[in-house]
Design a protein around this ligand. Structure first.
Ligand code: FAD
Length: 512
């Protein structure tokens, strides 16, 4: 609970600027749409009630993937679009994303080998591949991938997908959007939105200053993720029957369980699958669960049952049993899925649905349900295409092939970038430089523009903190430790307190 004194409420102010689009929500979908729309010449303002990516978009499994298991639910459109997006995103952001090979140990009682081979054949061929290698069989008796696994697991398959730093993907979209003129407002909640005189009148409240303001817009986009129904029902007062199904998914982080750079996909007896993925150099990420959820998404957290489930499921495969006591961190997110009436949470569609609200003579409202990190760019294009049926949207889709901040180097050339950065900054330890290069790519020199300054612990220095405050809307220690970086895994409680105190004293004055 935030115990800081609430700022005094100030009277509301009406802005005379009329934005073409106002977006509610600074997750991947809101920021992706903002960037695309601004690049087409539209004026856009985005409001995020908390921090960028503080909702579902920092709590994903962080895979850019077609979703092998969605083939079992016949989601061919989604799988095809997602597979295609893998290489588009690798090229857009080659610093924060990279190819990842997945090892699938074979258990014939769960899924027969012929079924897996058909699935992998489709996976290799549905979406087209230029960079990523195709699937193959793996002999787990001879391959290092078999070393941490139980003896009876002798055969397996291997295929390609990609990894992305989800929270940084959001921040980089927001930065690029801002560079193209978008007004990004964090810690500013949309408290009410009404249609009046042919425009949207949107009331927003800045949590830090207590200032209320009315913003005018021709179109409104509800990209509030798991709060999509809350925005519709409580902020807009719509009676629309919001079709959202909230499904919680949790992950655990444990000390590194294996010594290679591939990930595992494990099949469970309950027909679900879980991933075990190399994470932040010294850890293994294991997830996820699928549990229907009916609370406020702000309260989402991993339950003891979910932690036990993930430990047990991974321990069916690893020789070394994973004890819940080894878990160093957990995180949970809420999937804002479109409610297609599926019987179980795991079967509910992962595809996105865009719903246009209002009659032809009213300013439009576009509600966004579902979606994946993987498909955010295509979702943004579809959102603008849908809006174009009601209002003027200039320009054409342009985001494929345009890099995000720090990503302006060829995909596959990360090692080259890293080496150059090390050569240019011989005083920076390689481990720190590696983390910075993965986070900021070609922008590392801007992060290191001044002296490293004060060390907050875990390789976090004042220069990086300052960069994040000035360029990436970070305002609290949590923004820095759990979203812009994952250094929360490395700082002690005492160090976190000191960083918080420093942020409280310095952050506001740096952005004034
Ligand atoms: P969010 O990220 O939740 O953003 C919505 C934002 O709206 C929030 O930040 C919230 O604070 C803000 N907001 C709400 N109400 C208001 C208001 N009134 N005013 C202002 N702001 C408001 N996808 C993949 O492609 N790959 C994966 O590996 C993957 N794994 C996943 C694993 C789990 C456990 C989960 C839960 C999801 C996973 N996904 C994955 C799906 C993906 O994470 C989501 O589809 C995506 O993050 C949704 O983004 P969003 O922008 O719609 O929502």
């Amino acid at each position: 609970m935030d115990l800081r004194p609430k700022p005094k409420m100030e009277p509301q102010r009406v802005d005379n600027t009329v934005f073409d689009i106002v977006i509610i929500g600074g997750g991947i979908n809101g920021c992706g749409i903002a960037r695309d729309a601004a690049g087409r010449g539209l004026s856009v303002a985005l409001f995020e009630k908390n921090d960028l990516a503080s909702g579902t978009s920092s709590s994903s499994t962080k895979l850019i993937h077609g979703g092998l298991r969605y083939l079992e639910h016949y989601e061919f459109r989604l799988v095809r679009e997602s597979l295609k997006e893998r290489e588009v995103l690798l090229e857009m952001a080659p610093h924060i994303s990279w190819p990842l090979r997945f090892v699938l140990p074979h258990l014939k009682d769960l899924r027969p080998a012929w079924l897996i081979r058909i699935g992998l054949f489709l996976y290799d061929n549905l979406g087209g591949r230029k960079i990523l290698p195709g699937s193959c069989s793996v002999n787990l008796k001879t391959d290092v991938a078999g070393l941490p696994l139980k003896d009876h697991l002798q055969k397996g398959f291997e295929y390609s997908d990609c990894w992305v730093n989800d929270a940084r993907l959001v921040a980089l979209n927001a930065m690029d959007a801002a560079d193209r003129g978008v007004e990004i407002n964090v810690r500013t909640e949309v408290t009410k939105a009404v249609r009046k005189d042919g425009l949207w009148h949107i009331e927003v409240l800045d949590e830090r200053s207590g200032k209320r303001r009315i913003v005018l817009a021709k179109s409104l986009i509800n990209a509030a993720g798991p709060w999509v129904a809350d925005v519709l029902n409580r902020r807009i007062g719509s009676n629309a029957n919001s079709q959202v199904r909230l499904v919680k998914g949790s992950h655990i982080v444990v000390p590194k369980q294996f010594d290679h750079d591939r990930a595992y996909i494990f099949q469970n007896a309950d027909k679900r699958i879980i991933f075990a993925i190399p994470y932040e150099q010294d850890f293994t990420l294991i997830g996820t669960t699928d549990v229907d959820f009916d609370d406020d998404p702000i309260n989402v957290a991993a339950s003891d049952d979910e932690i036990a489930y993930l430990c047990k499921a991974a321990s069916e495969y690893f020789i070394k049993t994973i004890d819940p006591k080894e878990v160093v961190w957990t995180y949970s997110g809420v999937r804002p899925l479109y409610d297609d009436g599926a019987a179980s949470a795991q079967k509910a569609t992962r595809d996105y649905v865009l719903e246009l609200d209002g009659s032809a003579d009213q300013p439009p409202l576009l509600n966004i349900y579902g979606g994946k990190i993987t498909t955010f760019r295509r979702l943004a294009e579809d959102a603008l295409e849908k809006l174009a049926t009601r209002t003027t949207i200039p320009g054409k889709p342009w985001t494929a092939g345009t890099t995000l901040p720090g990503g302006d180097f060829p995909a596959g050339q990360f090692d080259h970038l890293f080496k150059n950065l090390c050569d240019d900054h011989p005083d920076i330890p390689p481990k720190l430089m590696f983390r910075l290069a993965r986070g900021y790519g070609t922008r590392v020199p801007e992060v290191l523009k001044s002296d490293l300054g004060k060390h907050f612990g875990g390789g976090l220095y004042q220069s990086e903190v300052t960069y994040l405050i000035k360029n990436e809307w970070a305002t609290t220690a949590e923004d820095i430790l759990w979203r812009r970086t994952k250094l929360g895994l490395r700082l002690s409680q005492d160090e976190i307190k000191k960083l918080s105190k420093w942020m409280d004293e310095n952050a506001a004055s740096m952005v004034e």
